[in-house]
Ligand binder design. Structure first.
Ligand SMILES: CC(C)(COP(=O)(O)OP(=O)(O)OC[C@H]1O[C@@H](n2cnc3c(N)ncnc32)[C@H](O)[C@@H]1OP(=O)(O)O)[C@@H](O)C(=O)NCCC(=O)NCCS
Length: 209
């Protein structure tokens, strides 16, 4: 393997990650350069390089690519100014809010919680607006800006994100949601995993009509 590649890769990893007030399952992976703040991350989920995740609850078995932005703050647009120098942002320090001086202290709620279901795949550089709910099994295309809730097993893309299609037919989606396979004990999952390429066979194995 090329020594230059290994050196650059090691430097990339050495940057570390910033995890604050968050519960990350011990089986989950957060790659370097990513921030995870006031969030929870479920089993076997991975979060790629240079992501920013703020006030989000992320399920299990999710695959998050690099440069994803979830749940950024929103500023009050109905005021004279949107600048944080006029705001008191709940739970955020002055510097943390981006204000080097304070000209007023009007309280503002800039965050809502964002919910990402289980088995969600989020493509490169997607942006998910604060307060959005993404259903189980959904796929968010690379570069999407998600401004509305995404139904389970929908594939969405674009700006603003629109539904491209669904991963499966309605009945299969309903069965997968009812199966809640992501909650199964590892031993059961290991047995069913031989059918992971065939949703119908997988659901039969679990006895889900
Ligand atoms: C969203 C995605 C999963 C769709 O895959 P697909 O179903 O095979 O899509 P198709 O290539 O059949 O395209 C279907 C339509 O969606 C559009 N489309 C596909 N990806 C899109 C995207 N990211 N944003 C907007 N539109 C997209 C296509 O242009 C096509 O439109 P048309 O029907 O008008 O021609 C895929 O394009 C994608 O973005 N994957 C993420 C890849 C990534 O980020 N990988 C990082 C490593 S995890």
């Amino acid at each position: 393997m090329n020594i230059g590649y290994l050196y650059a890769k090691a430097l990339k990893k050495l940057r570390g990650k910033c995890i604050l007030n968050s519960h990350i399952d011990k089986s989950a992976i957060v790659f370097s350069g990513s921030d995870v703040i006031d969030s929870s991350v479920g089993k076997y989920t991975y979060i790629g390089y240079d992501c920013h995740i703020d006030k989000a609850d992320i399920g299990s078995f999710c695959s998050l690519s690099d440069h994803i932005f979830i749940g950024g703050a929103e500023h009050p647009m109905q005021w004279v100014s949107t600048s944080p120098v006029f705001q008191k942002v709940k739970g955020v320090t002055e510097r943390g809010s981006g204000a080097s001086i304070k000209l007023a202290n009007h309280e503002v709620e800039v965050f809502k919680r964002t919910t990402i279901g289980n088995d969600v795949w989020i493509g490169h550089a997607a942006v998910i607006r604060t307060g959005i709910t993404i259903g189980h099994g959904a796929v968010i295309g690379s570069g999407a800006v998600v401004t509305k809730d995404v139904p389970p097993y929908a594939i969405v893309g674009g700006i603003p994100a629109q539904i491209i299609r669904y991963r499966f037919d309605e009945q299969t989606i309903d069965r997968l949601i009812r199966s809640q396979w992501w909650e199964l004990p590892l031993d059961t999952l290991k047995t069913c995993a031989k059918h992971i390429t065939d949703p119908i066979r997988f659901l039969e194995e679990l006895g889900i009509d």
